[in-house]
Write a protein that binds this ligand. Structure first.
Ligand code: DAH
Length: 356
């Protein structure tokens, strides 16, 4: 064995034996440092003749590279092992209960929307979505609210800068434009619910410039007013968890439905206390109706063959009624004490199976 080969196996053995990063660093210094045997032998090259110097020089350089690579590889295995060790040690047990002072809460709006979606989803309606920034055509015109229609004024619309007409951009004033988007994009039968944000330029104890609605739309060949009533009566009773909740349909007007109705639920205000259920009073909770044939036609659906029903409700109002929240503005103040009081546990997932 030449001197070089002997040195090679000696250094490689030392690298292999180094038990930790410190030991490896010591091996590196003694194998490749200024006082190492390799450096010593490099210095000896000067005394050789040219041919011998070239061969010996190349062999020494190769050895240097080989040892340096071996050290690097060993180092990486140490850090991998170190990482594995830390991962094992710092493993998080996700089944541990959260610390009470750090528990997050689900906002009542989210909870209420989830509840509404769970009830209507169980009836076979699927969630659909649309953009918050709409154009005038989807938000108004296609819904049979032409430019001079008084309903436009009632919507207190936030218009975006830009030209007028059907392309003019608005923050959607209701979730109804998603009816249009769905009917334009898909053929009946259609069964959807649309939970989402809506915007109107209005602010007081019962109005917020941003609020939430859930829209419903069912279109099929045989859809009729009986389906609308059945669906909404069942929905109200499930939502307020009251099997005998009185529900009534009162004739009303919306440009996009014909006939239109508003749905009231029974309540009482006796003795200054408000309670939902049997009583002497009624409370309006949502708008609905049979989809106006003009709206179907605007979306390219044959109104001689198809009919539909639709409804829209305000999520904040439903949440206030169900959970006794008196002021709408508090929903959006991000007050932690409020959220701790009115919020829900993240594990209290609404489902029809378990009861809400
Ligand atoms: N879009 C109406 C609003 O924001 C609510 C509404 C009423 C939606 C009747 C409907 C409906 O789909 O049929 O005031």
């Amino acid at each position: 064995m030449t001197e070089l080969e002997a040195l090679r196996s000696e250094l490689m053995a030392a690298v292999g034996k180094a038990a930790d990063l410190d030991a490896l660093e010591r091996v590196r210094v003694s194998a490749l440092g200024k006082k190492s045997r390799i450096t010593e032998m490099m210095k000896g090259l000067g005394a050789m003749d040219a041919d011998a110097r070239r061969t010996a020089g190349q062999a020494l350089n190769a050895l240097k590279t080989e040892v340096a690579d071996a050290i690097e590889t060993r180092k990486r295995s140490f850090s991998d092992a170190e990482l594995d060790r830390r991962l094992m040690q710092e493993r998080v047990d996700v089944t541990l209960p959260a610390r009470p002072e750090r528990q997050g809460r689900v906002h009542p709006i989210s909870q209420t929307m989830d509840e509404i979606v769970a009830i209507l989803g169980e009836m076979g309606l699927a969630v659909a979505e649309g953009p918050d920034i709409e154009d005038d055509w989807h938000n108004f015109t296609a819904l049979n609210i032409p430019p001079d229609h008084p309903a436009r004024q009632e919507h207190d619309t936030f218009y975006l800068p830009g030209a007028g007409g059907d392309e003019r951009l608005v923050l959607r004033t209701h979730t109804s434009p998603v009816q249009i988007r769905t009917m334009v994009a898909t053929k009946p039968p259609i069964r959807i619910i649309v939970p989402g944000r809506t915007y109107r330029c209005d602010y007081d104890a019962t109005h917020s410039p941003m609020f939430h609605q859930v829209e419903g739309l069912v279109v099929d060949e045989t859809t009729h007013m009986g389906h609308l009533k059945g669906c909404l009566i069942d929905f109200c009773r499930a939502f307020f968890d009251m099997d005998d909740l009185p529900v009534r349909f009162r004739p009303s007007y919306f440009p996009f439905t014909e006939p239109s109705a508003e749905v009231d639920i029974g309540c009482t205000r006796k003795g200054g206390e408000f309670r939902i259920g049997h009583g002497d009073d009624w409370l309006e909770i949502l708008g609905c109706g049979m989809v106006n044939p003009k709206v179907l036609e605007n979306c390219g659906i044959d109104s001689a063959r198809y009919q539909g029903f639709a409804f829209g409700l305000g999520v904040e109002r439903m949440a206030m009624l169900k959970y006794g929240i008196p002021d709408l503005r508090t929903f959006f103040e991000s007050d932690l004490r409020w959220l701790r009081h009115y919020g829900f546990s993240a594990l209290k997932v609404p489902t029809m199976v378990g009861g809400l």
